[in-house]
Design a protein around this ligand. Structure first.
Ligand SMILES: CC(C)(COP(=O)(O)OP(=O)(O)OC[C@H]1O[C@@H](n2cnc3c(N)ncnc32)[C@H](O)[C@@H]1OP(=O)(O)O)[C@@H](O)C(=O)NCCC(=O)NCCS
Length: 242
């Protein structure tokens, strides 16, 4: 099998996890990382920022991978995909060899399925979905494009997760619930009812976070703040790199 020459987008904790996931899966040579910084991650050098995306094809790079995680918004990941696609670069997924994906599962483009994750029968995943370390997606779940199921979250059978939604670490969603697009489920929440699009819910059982929380409106990680920063600026990468 041909060894793929790849470049990673981002240089934080998630980039480190994806580097070692790709290396465990084999047949890759990771040439460098793009980030507005210098240095290296696990010995992989940062070779520039996203302004050099345009040069990668000429350098014999086969594709790029997303090395940025997602805390509350998929906006930065979406922008990276858009920009790489604009430069005709393939976005490469990463599936750890210890992840279990049942044969009847269907998955879209460039999934990231990390160590110990389980995706059970007839689940359907969209494009650029991130199923983080040890997460469990039970039978017949549906995950929309750019959704992220964080570390150790458990989705019971037949759960639907809308595009861009984020399921926090250790959250539990009972069978059949629907989480709307771009909703956020807090870490440790137990979701027993459907969640409206764009809503943040926390707690056991999960309830909406009050909209008037001052800390929320000031949070630099909110989507509006992402929208203010162009791709590849320090704010884009630093806010979402874990
Ligand atoms: C839900 C979440 C997104 C809210 O973030 P935020 O908008 O910045 O909210 P704040 O931290 O300002 O907290 C607002 C209020 O919600 C409470 N709260 C926040 N997260 C909570 C959670 N997971 N469970 C219960 N209560 C929570 C806070 O205590 C605070 O309550 P208060 O106003 O009574 O003091 C965030 O706390 C969270 O759980 N993120 C998930 C992180 C995660 O899973 N990372 C894994 C990456 S793989």
């Amino acid at each position: 099998m041909k060894c793929q020459r790849l470049v990673g987008l981002g240089a934080g904790g998630h980039a480190a996890v994806i580097i070692e996931t790709l290396q465990a899966a084999g047949h890759v040579e990771i040439i460098g990382l793009l980030a507005p910084a210098s240095g290296d991650v696990l010995g992989i050098p940062i070779i520039g920022d996203d302004n050099i995306l345009v040069t990668l094809q000429d350098r014999g790079i086969d594709g790029v991978f997303l090395g940025v995680g997602m805390m509350k918004s998929p906006a930065a990941r979406k922008r990276l995909v858009d920009k790489a696609t604009h430069h005709q670069l393939e976005i490469v997924g990463a599936v750890h060899p210890t992840a279990f994906i049942a044969p009847s599962v269907t998955i879209g483009r460039a999934p990231q399925v990390l160590a110990g994750a389980v995706i059970q029968s007839r689940a359907r995943l969209g494009d650029h979905v991130l199923v983080n370390t040890g997460a469990i997606i039970e039978h017949d779940c549906r995950l929309g494009d750019f959704s992220h199921v964080a570390t150790g979250a458990h989705l019971a059978g037949g759960v639907t997760v809308g595009e861009g939604a984020f399921i926090g670490a250790g959250a539990v969603l009972i069978q059949g619930v629907t989480v709307g697009a771009n909703a956020v489920i807090g870490a440790g929440a137990v979701v027993i009812h459907d969640v409206y699009p764009g809503t943040t819910v926390v707690g056991v059982p999960a309830r909406p976070l009050p909209q008037n929380s001052t800390s929320r409106t000031k949070c630099p990680k909110d989507e509006d703040c992402y929208a203010l920063s162009s791709i590849g600026t320090p704010s884009t990468f630093e806010e979402i790199s874990e």
